[in-house]
Design a protein. Structure first.
Length: 120
């Protein structure tokens, strides 16, 4: 399959990345199907962390505050959280990576209200 020419990878790197991306998407889709995910389940897409977050199936936490997802379903987000020490704010949510690295939890950020005191 591969040529003995050392420039083969340089020449075909883009094609190889595309093939690997498609294979990764297929694997995720099969995994979701195997888990019994319903038709509303969105397969992960290659792209930005924001797209990945949007495509993920967030489940409500037991406490009713926040949501969670398996980290393997959001590898880009997991990578960003690992680089940031386990917590990061993106958009209107604060994201946290569990100590085991298997679960990502998110909580809606509350806007801090500034109370301006009127001069007397």
């Amino acid at each position: 399959m591969a040529s003995a020419d050392p420039r083969f990878l340089e020449t075909h790197a883009s094609q190889i990345e595309d093939i690997l991306g498609e294979a990764s998407s297929r694997i995720v889709a099969l995994h979701n199907k195997w888990r019994g995910a319903g038709p509303a389940a969105k397969p992960l897409r290659r792209g930005s962390v924001e797209e990945e977050i949007e495509a993920a199936e967030w489940k409500p936490s037991r406490s009713g505050e926040g949501e969670w997802v398996r980290a393997e379903e959001t590898p880009l987000l997991k990578g960003e959280l690992e680089e940031a020490g386990g917590k990061k704010t993106i958009g209107g949510y604060a994201y946290y990576l569990s100590r085991s690295g298997r679960i990502i939890t998110r909580y809606a950020r509350r806007k801090k209200s500034r109370v301006r005191q009127q001069p007397l």
